[in-house]
Design a protein around this ligand. Structure first.
Ligand code: PAF
Length: 283
């Protein structure tokens, strides 16, 4: 596995490549969710490339950025064991020169949900993802469905700007009790980890009502709130039943819809999402 740190190094490696590249952009502190992305990238492409960069631009507070979990030697060993061919690990200065002044912004879609709760977050995500795609020029890039709004924002950016990369969504990987894998889960204390099961349970509550025929979005949101209210450690940031494409809040679910939520448990903020389906599902 090649570890590359500069843009000229990546450009030189890219010129040598024949066949397709599947890119897995990450902020490190890898888990099985990332493994699912790498597996798909390996299966669907001739080469699997990854990036590892904790992107300061997408963090609201400096504290959230500095406390984001990091373990570079462990991450590189995991990428190697998973069969990545190349990992790009830039320094902050490589990505953002002191006078860096160009940003990518997707409008409307980013004003709701995570965008409303974390102003500037998606501007940071789209700017870094655009730059990483420009640097590595992959055929496909892989993103998890847990970050449902991020996935839609990146798909929109790639479509709007005619970027020549196909965005491939990958199913959320969950613990046995339903908790979606996320790097921030490591911050949860044992009682908080226990409480965090309620995120998936709340999504399932909405899904079950929907599968049973409920189409009133307020009733679906109330079902999610009821589950979360049972957990005193959970502070709800938002609960949403939204149009799957625009992410506008719905009154009635008449087409593809996304249930999503964000909560605080102690000092940790967690998100999760589920596309509503007509059939009843378990995990
Ligand atoms: O989902 C993430 O890990 C990050 O938001 C991403 C896409 C790597 C951009 O920094």
């Amino acid at each position: 596995m090649q570890i590359l740190r500069t843009i000229p190094e990546v450009r030189a490696a890219r010129q040598q490549v024949q066949g397709s590249i599947g890119l897995v952009p990450t902020m490190g502190y890898l888990h099985e969710g990332h493994l699912a992305l790498v597996r798909a990238a390996r299966t669907q492409n001739d080469h699997c490339w990854a990036t590892l960069f904790v992107n300061s631009l997408q963090f609201g507070s400096n504290k959230d950025f500095t406390t984001y979990p990091r373990d570079l030697p462990r991450d590189l060993a995991m990428f190697e064991a998973w069969g990545a061919d190349v990992v790009f690990v830039p320094e902050a200065g490589t990505m953002y020169a002191q006078d860096f002044s160009s940003f990518v912004e997707v409008e409307n879609l980013t004003e709701r949900l995570e965008g409303a709760a974390r102003p500037g977050h998606f501007r940071g995500v789209t700017t870094v993802v655009c730059k990483l795609l420009n640097i590595t020029q992959p055929h496909r890039a892989y993103f998890g469905r847990k970050d449902a709004q991020q996935l839609r924002v990146i798909q929109r950016m790639v479509r709007d700007l005619a970027m020549p990369t196909t965005i491939v969504p990958i199913e959320t990987v969950r613990e046995a009790d339903g908790l979606a894998l996320a790097s921030r889960n490591v911050h949860l204390q044992p009682d908080e980890r226990q409480a965090a099961q309620a995120l998936h349970q709340a999504l399932q509550a909405a899904q079950q009502r929907y599968a049973a025929g409920e189409r009133n979005a307020d009733v679906l949101r109330a079902a999610m709130h009821a589950v979360l209210a049972n957990e005193p450690l959970i502070n709800v940031d938002y609960v949403s039943i939204a149009d799957d494409e625009s992410l506008a809040e719905l009154t009635t679910v008449a087409g593809p819809a996304l249930a999503s939520l964000a909560v605080h448990i102690g000092t940790t903020r967690l998100i999760d999402a589920m596309e509503l389906r007509c059939e009843i599902t378990t995990l």
